[in-house]
Design a protein around this ligand. Structure first.
Ligand code: CMP
Length: 139
């Protein structure tokens, strides 16, 4: 089915001017960027977005990293978009990411791993609603 997923191009990638190269990976794989905005995430936004990881030892660092520079928040649309985007991104840890994936080619570390993508259609809807109103998404 045609789905939507939520994506973030993270500060390590915007800092290295990789937005276009990362977007090309999505588009070449058949995903359509139906909403996109470059923002500076606030500490409150980052804390809320990653609330599920609040008890993890890396939480404070992750919030610091995600607010360390601009990010690009996006909605990607296409057949099986949630799973497809996870394939395009590759494993969370770039050391384990498959050849050709965004994280294999671009990520600096398990934390500075260039992109975020929703892990389920349910979470995609929640994450999209944090950053986009319905009228901002043009399919
Ligand atoms: P993301 O897919 O956005 O989901 C949670 C993020 O936490 C993850 O990508 C990484 O940026 C970060 N992360 C996950 N595991 C670790 C870890 N073991 N050490 C540091 N950061 C991590």
């Amino acid at each position: 089915a045609i789905e939507r997923t939520f994506s973030i191009i993270k500060p390590d990638a915007t800092r290295r001017n990789l937005t276009g190269k990362i977007n090309a990976k999505f588009e070449e794989a058949g995903l359509r960027i139906v909403a996109q905005r470059r923002i500076q995430m606030s500490e409150a936004q980052a804390k809320k977005f990653y609330e599920v990881h609040a008890a993890r030892p890396f939480y404070a660092d992750l919030v610091k990293f995600m607010t360390s520079g601009p990010v690009v928040v996006q909605v990607l649309e296409g057949e099986n978009a949630v799973a497809k985007n996870r394939e395009i991104m590759g494993a969370t840890n770039p050391a384990n990411a498959a050849p050709g994936t965004i994280r294999k080619e671009f990520a600096e570390s398990i934390e500075a791993n260039s992109v975020h993508g929703s892990d389920s259609p349910e979470n995609a809807a929640i994450e999209i609603s944090y950053f986009f109103a319905g009228a901002d998404i043009v399919g």
